[in-house]
Structure formats: structure tokens, C-alpha cells
Design a protein around this ligand. Structure first.
Ligand code: SAM
Length: 199
């Protein structure tokens, strides 16, 4: 079985994790990770309960690829507050739930959870990455800050992916159009999941 057609086997397990990807986006994300080298380093900004993380971790199965998953695991102060935008979680932190979603499929070995604000983690971040997936704060300022802080760490030819590039999230769409897309080639999308390779 090749990496790519194993997605169908993993799908029920991915689909059991709550999250906000729309149909086909998990497969797209999985396929992007499968294009990376076997030692690839992946940075995820915004993991929530782990739907995208679990998706990418399945594409790390039996490789030395590794995902660094950054999230406050407590929401944020503007667009990601429990009770707003149909966002709900139990208790103050969803970090343990996130880890449980990875543990139950033996995927925690492929993931390091980094709890904190993306801009705080950025102050100490030094590693070059083969792929970045940006899905944390969705305001214009938040997305721009994440791009400013982390784009430089993506290797030339590396994958840059943004979620929620849609008029429903005008800040994300504006950063994609004005800043990110200009620096990429081989651009594609699946719904609001846009991606390309760093020039
Ligand atoms: C849309 S959700 C991520 C969804 C996730 N990728 C999935 O597949 O379900 C956004 C997440 O980013 C986190 N977040 C928002 N702004 C953040 C920031 N500035 N720093 C760290 N995490 C942040 C929130 O806590 C939330 O879990």
C-alpha cells in the first residue's frame, strides 16, 4: 500500500476528531505531507483538538517526519473564545484531549505539542522547516504576524499552507493575497485550504 492510498484506511480515525476542515481538505493536507522528504519537519500553528494534526501525523507514519504543533490550547482573546464562532471545549484547556486524540492511534511519537502564543514561541524558534500549516488566529493582524514571524523559517521549495482563505475570513484572505501568494509557486487549493511552494 502506498502512502497516498492509505488515506482511506486512516479516514475514519481522522473523522473521529472534532475540527473545522471542510470535505476533502484532510486528504489534501495528508497528500502535501506525503510529498515531503522522510525526515521533514512540519510546523503547525493552530491545532485545536488535533484534527489537522492527526491527519498530518498519519502521513508521518513509519517515517522520521515530525510535527511541531503550536497552540495556546486555551483559545485566544479575539476570534477563538469558547462560546463564540461555534467554538466549544470542556474545562480551561484542551491540551490533554488533543494528546489523547494522537495517543489512541499511537501518533504522539510524531508530534511535539508547544503550548503558548504563536508570537511568544516565535521568539525562541530557530529551526528550518519543510512545511508550515497556518490555522491559528484568523484576524488580519494575527495572520500577518504569524507569516512575518515564521515564513523565513520555511526552506526554499518548502510547503506553505493557509486554512480559511475565504471571504468569510477576510483577514486570512487578505494576507494570502497581499503577502503569501506572491512568495509562492505551484499554488493550489482545496476549498479554503490554499498552499504553494516557497520560491
Ligand atoms: C481554527 S482552530 C485550529 C483548527 C485545527 N487546525 C483543526 O484542524 O481542527 C484555531 C486554533 O488556534 C489557536 N490559536 C488562535 N490564536 C492563537 C495564537 N495567537 N497563538 C496560539 N494559538 C492560537 C486556538 O486556540 C485554536 O485552537
Amino acid at each position: 500500500m502506498t502512502e497516498n492510498n492509505s488515506f482511506d484506511t486512516y479516514w475514519p480515525k481522522i473523522d473521529a476528531v472534532p475540527g473545522w476542515m471542510s470535505p476533502g481538505q484532510e486528504k489534501c493536507l495528508f497528500d502535501l505531507v506525503c510529498t515531503l522528504n522522510q525526515q521533514a519537519r512540519i510546523l503547525e500553528l493552530g491545532s485545536f483538538l488535533g484534527r489537522s494534526t492527526v491527519t498530518m501525523a498519519f502521513a508521518c507514519h513509519k517515517t522520521r517526519r515530525h510535527i511541531y504543533a503550536v497552540d495556546t490550547f486555551e483559545g485566544n482573546d479575539d476570534d477563538f473564545i469558547s462560546g463564540r464562532n461555534e467554538v466549544y471545549w470542556q474545562g480551561n484547556s484542551f491540551l490533554e484531549t488533543f494528546k489523547d486524540h494522537l495517543r489512541r492511534d499511537d501518533l504522539l511519537q510524531y508530534v511535539t505539542a508547544l503550548q503558548g502564543w504563536t508570537h511568544e514561541i516565535a521568539k525562541h524558534w530557530t529551526m528550518q522547516v519543510d512545511m508550515i500549516f497556518i490555522d491559528a488566529g484568523h484576524t488580519y493582524e494575527a495572520v500577518l504576524q504569524d507569516v512575518d514571524n515564521y515564513f523565513k523559517f520555511v526552506k526554499p521549495g518548502g510547503v506553505v499552507a493557509l486554512h480559511d482563505v475565504t471571504p468569510s475570513w477576510p483577514g486570512v484572505e487578505r494576507v494570502w493575497q497581499e503577502v503569501v501568494a506572491l512568495r509562492l509557486e505551484n499554488i493550489g487549493n482545496k476549498g479554503s485550504l490554499y498552499y504553494g511552494r516557497k520560491k
